[in-house]
Design a protein around this ligand. Structure first.
Ligand SMILES: Cc1cc2nc3c(=O)[nH]c(=O)nc-3n(C[C@H](O)[C@H](O)[C@H](O)COP(=O)(O)OP(=O)(O)OC[C@H]3O[C@@H](n4cnc5c(N)ncnc54)[C@H](O)[C@@H]3O)c2cc1C
Length: 572
């Protein structure tokens, strides 16, 4: 089939909030933009799932400013965030919230017309704006979709999987991949490429991700020569739903209700326990995610877990009328499934939720490879070892905009023969991956290997880690890699789905390896990275730097970080 060939100023790969914001901002700067996604545009990835909080120092609910937001974020990061990146994001947060409001994102307002802002753990102020208690991500996506749909300078392409960035003379000049329908080859020349492909939490057995969050962008960037940082830093969301099984409920939906109502966490003996770990006062919700995750697992480890291995979440002390007001229609969904929150507790436990490590960028969102930019959950720098609630959506909007402002000014590149040659090579590689020989039936189910991978990563490199668990996981990971190599899959006539599954699995295997290598090297406990065999933190924080060498092996180096700067108000 003839390839789809395009030429553009800015190519944006991934259409969550970061990618859509980048596309719109680049178009506003006068650039011609192509926006591609392996799912539907503006409907795949994490953004559409995001629930409530977007942290910006608007100061509508109480006195606040970006300096205080900066301090809270740096403190929350356990000494690991990059102060320049944090500064770049918090300073422009308020501006971006107002910009997307102009695109139709209707942030909730108080009766006197101000933005409604709530406090979330780790933020010292009422700072989080929201649209709706469970649908802020969906509403943000809808506003951005409307804005890019109206813009003729943005070409939107769905169901296109980008598999390789093309590098010529050390700079990225475009990308190649395929349209999933009919396996049509795709080749896109661009002056600048912005990666916005989101996180990798699908690697874990218990995760809040959509199935397509397989970390492709980290691999695309690393294969193009970019540097990654702190891949072992994965955030675990502490109070994800565990039991009883519920239909039509997002597993992490309990969080916004705790912001509103408090809600107690109890161990299997029905005792409150958070005060032992961080002095959280009964019924309040002040502990950060890393602290609550740690506390729940320690209770389980001590034999005080709930029957299914978590903690109880209890709203029974909240008056029924208040429960109904806060939960709205959700209370009926729960009631229909036999959960009456005035009488019943539910079991909750941590699940993988967010990728805190990622591609190293500077404050212009330039990666270490010229012509290649990154934004959103894909980048490293904002969160360190612990992300504060609401800081992710702010990160997507601000970094998407910054990347676009700089990328749209990259000068025109001369036509390159390299793209065509790379496409031919890439197609051969993909066909070898897909069906090294013709088979009627997949020789191995990629889904079953993925399930094994998710289980081994959860058990070996999940919230609690040891040298032994990590080493075992690394051995098993390498065995899985060997099992996948050379496997032939049935070639469907219409959709290249089995190929997509195999590429995603190969990416997940490689990224899992980076998580384990980093976690083994980091002989300390810090934030979300808990080593049961090293419970102290290093005196000087380090960042782990990852690169892929010519034989596609990770090289890893530990970089000492400067002392955490604690600026006073007004200190830039
Ligand atoms: C359940 C849930 C609730 C959350 N709630 C909140 C919250 O309340 N507040 C908050 O701040 N954060 C929240 N987060 C985190 C936040 O939603 C994400 O960090 C953020 O939306 C990431 O946006 P993004 O644009 O970087 O990536 P995504 O929204 O994940 O988009 C990435 C896109 O890239 C595409 N893609 C990937 N690989 C390829 C490829 N090879 N080729 C083409 N396309 C590709 C994907 O299909 C996807 O559409 C939540 C996350 C989850 C999962």
């Amino acid at each position: 089939m003839n390839p789809l060939q395009l030429n553009t100023d800015v190519l944006v790969i991934g259409s969550g909030a970061a990618g859509m914001m980048a596309a719109k901002a680049a178009a506003n700067e006068g650039a011609k933009v192509v926006l591609v996604d392996k799912s539907l545009v503006g409907r795949g990835g994490a953004t559409i799932l995001a629930q409530m909080t977007v942290a910006v120092a608007l100061g509508d609910a109480e006195e606040d400013n970006p300096d205080i937001h900066f301090e809270d974020t740096m403190k929350g990061s356990r000494g690991m965030a990059d102060p320049d990146i944090v500064r770049a994001i918090v300073d422009r947060g308020p501006e971006l919230i107002l910009e997307v409001e102009g695109y139709g994102v209707k942030w909730a307002r108080t009766p006197d017309g101000k933005h409604s802002q709530v406090v979330a753990p780790g933020h010292s102020r009422k700072r989080c704006v929201y649209v709706d208690i469970l649908n802020t991500g969906g509403a943000t996506s809808a506003g951005l979709r409307k804005a890019i749909w109206k813009d003729d300078s943005i070409e939107r392409l769905k169901n296109i999987m980008i598999t390789k960035l093309v590098v010529e003379n050390g700079a990225v000049v475009g990308a190649v991949g395929f349209a999933m329908e009919q396996f049509q080859p795709v080749i896109i020349a661009a002056n600048a490429v912005i990666l916005a492909t989101g996180g990798l939490t699908e690697i874990y057995e218990r995760n809040s991700a959509s199935a397509n969050m397989t970390g492709d962008g980290f691999i695309l960037a690393a294969e193009a020569g970019a540097e990654l940082r702190d891949m072992e830093m994965v955030q675990f969301f502490p109070i994800a739903h565990l039991y009883p099984p519920l239909v039509g409920i997002d597993p992490i939906m309990w969080d916004p209700f705790r912001y509103k109502l408090g809600g107690r966490l109890l161990n299997g003996n029905h005792e409150e326990f958070m005060d032992k770990y961080n002095n959280e006062v009964a019924g309040n919700y002040t502990a950060a995610r890393d602290q609550t995750t740690y506390a729940i697992f320690k209770e389980v480890e001590a034999g005080r877990g709930t029957p299914h291995g978590g903690a109880y979440l209890d709203f029974r002390m909240v008056p029924e009328a208040k429960l109904k007001e806060a939960f709205g229609p959700v209370i009926d969904i729960l009631n229909k499934q036999g959960v009456d929150l005035t009488k019943d507790m539910v079991e909750v436990a941590p699940m993988a939720h967010f990728t805190m490590g990622g591609i190293r960028v500077n404050t212009s969102m330039e990666t270490t490879v010229p012509g290649l930019f990154a934004c959103g959950e894909l980048i490293y720098g904002m969160h360190g070892a612990n992300r504060l609630s609401g800081n992710a959506i702010t990160e997507t909007l601000v970094t998407g905009r910054i990347a676009a402002e700089v990328a749209s000014k990259v000068g025109r590149k001369p036509a390159s023969d390299r793209l065509q040659a790379e496409l031919e090579q890439e197609l051969k590689r993909l066909e070898r991956l897909w069906y090294p020989r013709e088979v009627d039936k997949d020789e191995v189910s990629m889904l079953s290997v993925k399930r094994e991978l998710q289980k081994l990563m959860w058990e070996g490199a999940g919230p609690l880690r040891t040298e032994a668990s990590l080493s075992r996981a690394l051995d098993r990971l390498r065995e899985l890699g060997e099992r996948v190599e050379g496997v032939a899959l049935a070639k469907q006539s219409y959709y290249a789905l089995t190929l997509v599954e195999k590429i995603e699995l190969i990416h997940m295997l490689k990224l899992s390896e980076s998580i384990i290598i980093g976690a083994l090297a980091r002989r300390e406990s810090r934030g979300a990275h808990v080593r049961l065999d090293y419970n102290q933190s290093y005196e000087t924080a380090v960042s782990t730097k990852f690169q892929l060498d010519a034989s596609r092996q990770w090289t890893m180096q530990e970089i000492p970080l400067p002392e955490l700067k604690q600026p006073s108000k007004g200190d830039q």
